[in-house]
Design a protein around this ligand. Structure first.
Ligand code: NG1
Ligand code: ZN
Length: 551
């Protein structure tokens, strides 16, 4: 049983900086690393509290993903390996904002424990409950890890650090730790056993290897963003070799390169540029980029004369959707009875991708607000939910019902194949490692080059901009962020501008991770998309109190 006096005392080692007001946003807490010790300590308390209240292991991931190296952040992982429920975010924010140790204890006692436990928190089941912790490669990781450990231990819950692991690995481990009560905690190796094991099973036999010859280069160049992906991706080399794929890792952090600086999935997707240290990669090569914590993945190919041909999260979703449709067509009709397939996107999905989904694949689609927690939830409502943000974060979720049906018909080759896919694809969150294996498998299976994949549909030219305004919360949206509600009159102004562009589409929304308003525009040709984005940014600047030079 724990003692709130111990919590109060431990908390005094991690005072909150004055004027620091963190908020649990789209991706947990994020800020300059130097400000975060109290926040991470308190997340340790919260993760331990949830472990006690739910009588399960929980998780904490210390990372700021694709943000600059001086930032850091922390995300909570629930016992099922998913993200902490949104209903808990307000309490997390309240706890992180407590001005002193008494307030920390009061929030914990009155807001965290009382409402969920009717006054008496359960004890930590023999002390076996554990908070599983992972972190990325940031230099601030060790001190923030110490804060997290102190927070967890203040509630007499065990803490286990997996060290430098990817965000999806930590989610996977938390999920598997809760599968068998009282079993020892899973080793990191179990992640590779499941995911690579399924990949090897799917690709076994010489047929796939032969399919690659001539149709696709054996070389795959991976930009690791100088992040945690480098070490973990290295472990895939033998598996990919068995498929005839030679994986070369770049921006591994070992050459002194900076995390996410001119490299990584976010840089490649937003700036459409070749990552640093990759100028020697031959034109047309198959390349991909992961982000700093390896939960995002985009593919690309260097073009003649510079630039890249990008295959973003939308293209990954379409590749998965096409392949899954092919396999499902082979399944017996009774297995598919009442099975709902759905593809989830956000407003950032390219208009051409949405049109391809609806008109060619004829799959039901859903649009949610930005942030994987929304997409994940929507995908969960289907039996087979495909969700990817354009930035490359996403996965494919299989419902329990569907998996059970597939298991019952495992003798059918297509059922077996889908079952293996449900193991190859991380079911807890988007995962760049699992994504690379999935894409390499599908390309080989379909005998497609990157060019074949790219040709599924042609992206409408688009442009993303961001600008600062006095108070970004003055901008509010509706209809999955596609319509701006305030400031009054802003949507009319945006709609008027859009009407002057062929295939024009644009929207604005406040970022959940940065102090900025994001503008997205697409149109028939690139110059028009650029111009539309600029005009919309100007409207935001004028109507929402822009800061700095007018766009
Ligand atoms: P914000 O800053 O709210 O736009 C960004 C990404 C999201 C999501 C989160 C979390 C874009 C336009 N937005 O959110 O998709 O990935 O970061 O990492 O890419
Ligand atoms: Zn990330």
């Amino acid at each position: 049983m724990f003692d709130f006096n111990i919590v109060r005392k431990a908390s005094s080692d991690y005072p909150k900086p004055a004027d620091f007001h963190p908020s649990y946003g789209t991706a947990g807490f994020r800020s300059k690393a130097t400000l975060l010790s109290s926040t991470v300590f308190r997340c340790g308390l919260l993760a331990a509290s949830r472990a006690i209240l739910l009588n399960s292991h929980t998780g904490l991931m210390i990372t700021a993903s694709h943000n600059p190296v001086d930032d850091n952040g922390v995300k909570m992982v629930d016992p099922n390996g998913g993200m902490m429920p949104q209903s808990f975010e307000a309490v997390a924010t309240e706890l992180a904002n407590c001005e002193d140790d008494d307030a920390v204890v009061a929030v914990l006692r009155d807001r965290v424990f009382s409402p969920m436990s009717s006054g008496s928190p359960r004890s930590a089941a023999g002390g076996a409950l554990t908070v599983l912790i992972g972190h990325d490669t940031r230099p601030s990781a060790p001190s923030l890890l110490a804060a997290a450990l102190a927070g967890v231990r203040a509630l007499a819950v065990h803490a286990h650090s997996y060290g430098c692991v990817t965000t999806p690995q930590l989610h996977f481990l938390v999920h598997s730790a809760n599968q068998i009560p009282a079993a020892p905690l899973p080793q990191l190796q179990s992640y590779f056993d499941v995911i690579v094991g399924a990949f090897l099973e799917l690709t076994k036999g010489g047929e796939l290897e032969a399919a690659g010859a001539g149709s696709n280069s054996s070389l795959l160049v991976v930009d690791c963003a100088n992040g945690v992906g480098a070490e973990q991706l290295g472990k895939l080399v033998p598996a990919l070799e068995s498929l005839g794929v030679e994986m070369q890792l770049r921006n591994t952090g070992r050459g002194g390169g900076q995390l996410n600086y001119q490299c990584g999935a976010d840089f490649v997707q937003k700036d459409r540029l070749l990552p640093t240290e990759m100028n020697d990669v031959p034109v047309g090569s198959r390349c991909c980029s992961v982000d700093g914590d390896a939960d995002r993945l985009v593919y690309f190919s260097p073009l003649k004369g510079g630039g890249i041909s990008l295959l973003d999260g939308d293209k990954v979703a379409m590749l998965a959707a096409v392949y899954i449709r092919d396999v499902m067509e082979l399944l017996p009709a009774e297995l598919l009875h009442d099975i709902q397939v759905c593809c989830v996107q956000t407003a950032y999905a390219n208009g051409a991708a949405t049109a391809y989904l609806q008109n060619i694949l004829r799959l039901p689609t859903v649009c949610t607000p930005t942030g994987v927690k929304y997409l994940h939830e929507a995908a969960h409502n289907a039996d087979l939910g495909i969700y990817f943000e354009s930035n490359g974060h996403g996965t494919v979720l299989f419902s329990k019902t569907f998996v059970e049906r597939l298991k019952a018909m495992e003798d059918h080759p297509a059922a077996k194949e889908l079952l293996l896919l449900s193991q190859l694809i991380n079911q807890t969150v988007g995962d760049a490692i699992s994504g690379i294996l999935l894409i390499e498998f599908i390309l080989r299976r379909k005998r497609w080059t990157l060019q074949d994949w790219q040709a599924l549909y042609t992206d409408l030219p688009s442009r993303q901009l961001k600008l600062q305004v006095a108070d970004r919360s003055s901008i509010t949206t509706a209809d999955a962020e596609r319509v701006c509600i305030t400031p009054a009159g802003i949507q009319d102004a945006i709609t008027r501008v859009i009407s002057g562009f062929t295939h024009g589409r644009a929207f604005v929304r406040p970022s959940g991770t940065e102090d900025a308003v994001r503008v997205y525009a697409e149109a028939e040709i690139q110059e028009q998309a650029d111009e539309l984005a600029r005009l919309v940014a100007r409207i935001v600047y004028d109507m929402a109190g822009g800061v700095g030079p007018r766009p």
